[in-house]
Design a protein around this ligand. Sequence first.
Ligand code: NAD
Length: 427
Amino acid sequence: MVNGNGKPMKSRVSGFHELSADEKLELIRKFADLTDEDVELLRKTGALDMHKAEMMIENVIGTTEYPVGIATNFLINGRDYLIPMALEEPSVVAAASYAAKLARPRGGFVAESDEPVMIGQIQLVGIKDTKKAKEKIMLKKEEIFDIANKCDSVLVQFGGGVRDIEVRELETSRGKMIVVHLIVDVRDAMGANAVNTMCESVAPLLEEVTGGQKRLRIISNLADRRLARSKAVWGKDVLGEEAIEKILDAYELAANDQYRCTTHNKGAMNGIDAVVLATANDFRAIEAGAHSYAARDGKYKPLTKYCKDDEGNLVGEIELPLALGLVGGATKTHPIAKIAVKIMGVKSSKELAQLVASVGLAQNFAALRALATEGIQSGHMKLHARNIAVIGGAETKEEIDAVVRKMLEEKAINASRAKEILGELRK
Ligand code: NAD
């Protein structure tokens, strides 16, 4: 990290964004001592070319790739779906497909989702009589609707727009505040840009009406009016009564212990994030919303529930906010995301949310079942063995296959053994 004069380079780079991608790369090459090979790899973009990438974010020097796998066997609301998942972790796609297969004999997943309604927040401070201000805002409801809807005639054309407003008073250490909620139907968009624009546009009228001053004007990622739910029954003939008892014990641990509950929910997010990423949706928004929803009663709880039905079968359910779009953001500009949507054949953001919730439930069930019975490491490590072989230094397909075979034979799947086996092979 030294420049031509042997001095350390600074990260303060003025005008970086004005450089071409090649010039940016050259600067990064010098900063980080990248090799020619590193630079070539960064230049080598795939379906998402440099031009499209530069349309999405700032200061682009390359793109990165994730494997896209297809989760099979999903039967949701009586329809068969193949579901693309983008992620780096082995065994997730296999586990989701397996859980979906085990759910099929009892009809697969029954899923539903709320109308695609988001909440925009406008914060107002410096109001003396917040009660009176609240009344005044409610009297201006129609005018507020009008201003907001005028911001997005396309959304209104598609049947969306403001549905309601709410006014909340908050006592804070910096005095009383008012938060106005704009309740907006965003149809097939995730909705953040649409709602943020509306919040900004109505804020001046709210200031005028209340005599207060606007502060924040932004969407809430706790999309608790846009919940998706899915339910499945795994038969006792498929799982066995003993496994069902063990799964219920495992679930109780999550329901009563935050350390386990976090990992329990991570299991569901493995599936959820992977579909969200495959469709180039905003996974940070989904993550923030999911965990906030999990803690909505002041205690962090599982996103899924499990119980036995009258016949002793295992019933699993999931419920979480899913603010997903089929238009807007990067969903229509990322070429692979567009194909992912085509593969699923979903026609609305509501339908996409139903699929994502079902994958989340399947993923969570698969992890619980494996953990409560044989443990996850045997299956996981088998699938992870190829990565371990690469970490151990295997380069060609032949080397990787040979190292994996030997590690599996010996039931010793770790990087140091991979290195030793490779050493023996190369001799
Ligand atoms: P957007 O503004 O790119 O597109 C949505 C627009 O598409 C709508 O406003 C509407 O005008 C139009 N549209 C066309 N057909 C439509 C249809 N059938 N249904 C609905 N709208 C239709 O996207 P967006 O969804 O408003 O915002 C999503 C982006 O905002 C994401 O990239 C997200 O990462 C980003 N973002 C998120 C946050 C947050 O989550 N806190 C904050 C800021 C920005």
